[in-house]
Design a binder for this molecule. Structure first.
Ligand code: SF4
Ligand code: SF4
Length: 225
């Protein structure tokens, strides 16, 4: 899923200076799971903003709506008849949802309410970790199901580098310490009795499917009408 984190409220308040009709817009998908932008977080942010503006002696109206998804025309249509009444929308969706909102409703000021971080997994409540950088050409079949693009700090396709010590990566120390992605790959291949695959050099990867080629698209002719 897409993992996001809440923005500091001071930053959001800064966007909203001078605004009087504000919609806080949540999303029921990834940002709900990572507890950054779902219905609950919409309520918490709206309450905090109401309190702030009240303390400032400002009469600001703040509404709350949470859509099924903000990265889908169908659900964004649900607010078409009311979006014009707001002079600001704070979207708690990921960066995709915020941009889709901004593209669809040109005349409304759309502001992000979360920081979109990465594609990751929930390890435990309150802990999400990166697993994929959406490179567009998955090589997990050859790396024991562990991604060197996202788990190795240097995105090495043939590792580890000389900075791997006792299974840890050189880029972070102390409390921030992280596993060496390539040590994880070696350990996994060994456990699967497939270490011979580690001995085979990974060929040069076609990065044109990654960010190098600019914004990407997936076209499925079988699904197009
Ligand atoms: S190889 Fe690419 S697509 Fe596969 S998990 Fe890693 S970044 Fe994601
Ligand atoms: S120590 Fe391991 S994870 Fe860190 S950069 Fe080197 S190979 Fe990658």
């Amino acid at each position: 899923m897409i993992v996001a984190d809440k923005k500091p409220i001071e930053e959001i308040i800064e966007y909203l200076k001078g605004k009087q009709n504000i919609l806080i817009l949540g999303c029921n998908e990834c940002v709900t799971v990572c507890e950054a932008g779902g219905k609950k977080e919409v309520g918490v942010l709206a309450s905090a903003l109401r309190m702030y503006f009240q303390n400032q002696g400002e009469d600001v109206k703040i509404d709350e709506v949470t859509l099924e998804r903000q990265c889908d025309h169908e659900y964004l249509e649900e607010i078409r008849d009311r979006v014009d009444q707001y002079d600001a929308v704070v979207s708690l969706a990921c960066g995709v949802g915020v941009q889709f909102m901004a593209e669809k409703y040109h005349s409304t000021h759309i502001y992000p309410g979360v920081n979109t971080c990465f594609l990751g997994a929930t390890e435990e409540r309150g802990l999400w970790t990166e697993r994929c950088q959406a490179c567009g050409q998955c090589i997990l079949a050859t790396t024991g199901g562990i991604c060197p693009v996202s788990r190795c700090a240097k995105r090495l396709l043939n590792g580890p580098c000389g900075g791997s010590t006792t299974g840890k990566c050189e880029v972070k120390k102390g409390d921030e310490e992280i596993d060496c992605g390539w040590q994880l790959i070696v350990d996994r291949l060994q456990a699967l009795d497939r270490l011979d695959e580690y001995e085979t050099l990974c060929p040069v990867k076609d990065w044109s499917t990654d960010r190098a080629g600019g914004p990407r698209k997936v076209i499925r002719e079988d699904l197009k009408q």
